[in-house]
Each structure stands twice: as structure tokens, then as C-alpha cells.
Design a protein around this ligand. Structure first.
Ligand SMILES: [Zn+2]
Length: 385
């Protein structure tokens, strides 16, 4: 029954996309996009961080403030399906990265590869970058740089990222990409923040930090997200066709899963500083759009009016709508409006004149894998296993 539902969902997706493909805007005024994702960041995360620190947030100063729903094809979303909707403007099954895939008795196979915003931007001659406090194979960065049937396929994701055409990929180290594999694939490899300052213009850089990115803990192997954001903008700025940069604060989610308030707040404040850097650049540049949102809410944060305090109520994701803040292009949403999950990527494509969002291609290789899986299943049945 589950399989039948999956197949019907695939068919519905395909039918709903005929005809598909966003038409390019006539004359886009927006050249650069800085797309900022606070993983797991619900509206109440912002309120709790403000109550805890007494600080104002740069996110609150952005001119347009609305919300986004965070559904997936299989209900309550995870970061893979959430990231896919943000990166590709199409809904996906949970735990699938940048694809539309279904599985047959544990044999995962890709049916469709969704085009993501980095790919569409590269096709338009833009520079592209991905910066995250997570490792490169984390679900959110992966949806902007790879296609895999499962978010756990770290080797497949890493191999694709080495060849994905990004100009920079700055993340936490996960041990899969090494200095030698990165260098062989043509990247300038970095593992210390100080090395980024010495990067020559137009270099393709892959950074793998062994220390924290989510906030500054004084470790020289770390690299605070706000500093990386401002350096990434400097690296990408100045090309003729503009740039697309995705920045993720992954640890708002991770610390919310663990219900660790102090670290969640520190990560959120660091993410907000990164937003401040992005908006500062956009104000100066005047052709840059900054979008801040989340893939889903984590932790079910509520205000307990009896105890007069904020608190986590769960250790997992919730279906709560998430904040959506925009600077630089007020056409995306009206103040207080709630957009569909897939609307942001589609709007970004339209505003910057990208074609191919939303669209997809058939993944032949893994369809072959499907027949292999089917063959295995039949021979197992014939053998009476
Ligand atoms: Zn999560």
C-alpha cells in the first residue's frame, strides 16, 4: 500500500509539472542572492534568543517578514526534503537529497534529479558558493550541491560535490573529502580560517574546518559563520553575472534536538550575525537579495505563561510554520503572508532570471539500479527466500 502511494505521488508530481519550467524574467534587477537557512529555526527560537540575551536581531530589522509552510511529500519534513524544497522548488520524500526517489524493499534508487539553485545559477554564468556550520554531507548543503537517493549516502554526496562546479564549499570536516582528493579535483584546500584571507581571486576553494563554525569558541581550528559569510561574499562578488550563495546555520537544529538551550541560543546569535553581514553587503551593493528562512522547526519551543519561561516540548521536528525574511526584493511576499514551501526557490529563479527551476531530469544510472533491485527480488522469490 505504501509503495502504491509512493508511485501515485510520483505520477502526481510528474503530471503537475506538465508544462513545467519557470520562464526567465524579462530584465532581472537582482544579480546576487544570499540564501540563508537557519536549520530548525522556528519563530519562537528568535523570541527565546532575544529574551535570553536582551539583544536585537538583524533578522527582525529586515523589511519584509512573513512565514513559510514546511511540508514534504511524506508529511512532517526532515532537512533533506526541506532543503530540496528550498534548493529546487519541488517537494520531495523525506531523507532524499535533491532528488525525487522511491525505494523498493530497501533498494533506494533515484527516479528524478531535481535541478537546484546552484546548478541553475551556474548555467546563467553566476558564481556559486555553499557555507555551513555542518559538514559538507549534511542534508541542507547537499541539496544545493548533490543528488542522492538517501541523505546517508555520504560517499556519493561527497564525490558529486567535488565535481559540482561550486566556486566555494566551506564546511566542517567530516573526513571523507581529504586534502589530496580535493586538490586532485582542482580545489584550493583550506583547513584554517587564516588561509581564506590569502586566497587569490577566482580560486575554487574547499574548506574543511575541524573546529566549531556555529559560534566562536576561541579555537583556532574553528571559523565563525559570520566571518565565513563575509569572506564568502568577498570571494564571490565582482563577477559579471553575479553570484548565488547559500549559508546555513545547521546547529540551531542540532542543539534543539538535544534541547540544549545555551548552545542553541549561541548558534542562533552567530547565524544572525551572518545575516547582518549579508544585509550590510546588500545595502551597499543594491542588486542583492537576502532571504532568511528555515527548513522546519525543531524542538517545539513554546512560552510557558505559568512558569514565565520559554521551553522545548519535543526533541524532534514539528510542523510549525517558519520565519521568512526578505531584503532587497519586496516582491516575494507581503508582510505577514505565509508562502508555500516551494515558493521561495521559484521566486528567486524568477527574480534573477534563472531558467530550470523547477525542472528535473531522469537519472538513468539509478534506474538501472532499480532493475537490478527488481532482479534480486525476483531471484530471491524464485529461490524461496
Ligand atoms: Zn533536525
Amino acid at each position: 500500500m505504501k509503495k502504491l502511494t509512493s508511485v501515485i505521488l510520483v505520477l502526481l508530481m510528474v503530471l503537475s509539472l506538465v508544462p513545467f519550467g519557470a520562464s526567465a524574467a524579462d530584465s532581472p534587477e537582482i544579480r546576487n542572492v544570499i540564501f540563508m537557512i537557519g536549520d530548525g529555526m522556528g519563530t519562537n527560537h528568535l523570541e527565546w534568543a532575544k529574551a535570553e540575551t536582551g539583544e536585537k536581531l538583524a533578522m527582525d530589522e529586515m523589511p519584509v517578514k512573513g512565514f513559510r509552510v514546511t511540508d514534504s511529500l511524506t508529511g512532517l519534513t526532515d532537512s533533506a526534503a526541506g532543503g530540496t524544497a528550498l534548493a529546487c522548488g519541488l517537494l520531495a520524500f523525506n531523507s532524499n537529497v535533491g532528488t525525487m526517489s522511491v525505494s523498493l524493499d530497501g533498494h533506494a534508487f533515484v527516479v528524478l534529479n531535481y535541478v537546484n539553485l546552484c546548478e541553475a545559477s551556474q548555467k546563467a554564468g553566476k558564481k556559486t558558493g555553499v557555507v555551513t556550520s555542518d559538514s559538507n554531507t549534511g542534508a541542507t548543503p547537499a541539496t544545493f550541491s548533490a543528488h542522492a537517493a538517501r541523505r546517508s549516502y555520504a560517499d556519493i554526496i561527497s564525490a558529486q560535490q567535488l565535481e559540482c562546479g561550486l566556486d566555494l564549499l566551506w564546511t566542517r570536516a567530516d573526513g571523507i573529502i581529504t586534502e589530496s582528493t580535493a586538490t586532485k579535483a582542482g580545489w584550493t584546500y583550506i583547513d584554517k580560517l587564516s588561509e581564506i584571507y590569502d586566497l587569490p581571486a577566482n580560486s575554487k576553494s574547499l574548506a574543511q574546518f575541524s573546529g566549531k563554525i556555529e559560534y566562536d569558541d576561541g579555537d583556532e581550528n574553528g571559523a565563525p559563520l559570520s566571518v565565513l559569510t563575509s569572506l564568502a561574499i568577498s570571494q564571490l562578488d565582482g563577477s559579471d553575472n553575479g553570484f548565488f550563495l547559500m549559508v546555513e546555520g545547521a546547529h540551531i537544529d542540532k542543539y534543539s534536538h538535544a534541547n540544549e538551550k545555551d548552545d542553541m541560543v549561541k548558534s542562533l546569535i552567530e547565524f544572525d550575525k551572518a545575516v547582518e553581514e549579508a544585509v550590510k553587503f546588500a545595502k551597499m551593493d543594491e542588486n542583492t537579495m537576502v532571504i532568511v528562512t528555515a527548513d522546519h522547526e525543531t524542538g517545539g519551543i513554546v512560552y510557558d505563561s505559568g512558569a514565565k519561561e520559554w521551553k522545548f516540548t519535543v526533541g524532534d521536528h514539528t510542523a510549525a510554520d517558519v520565519p521568512l525574511r526578505v531584503y532587497g526584493d519586496e516582491g516575494m511576499l507581503k508582510d505577514g503572508e505565509t508562502l508555500k514551501n516551494v515558493a521561495v526557490a521559484r521566486y528567486v529563479a524568477k527574480a534573477t532570471g534563472l531558467s530550470g527551476i523547477p525542472s528535473f531530469s531522469l537519472n538513468i544510472f539509478v534506474v538501472i539500479d532499480f532493475f537490478k533491485a527488481l532482479g534480486d527480488l525476483i531471484s530471491a522469490k524464485l529461490k524461496g527466500e
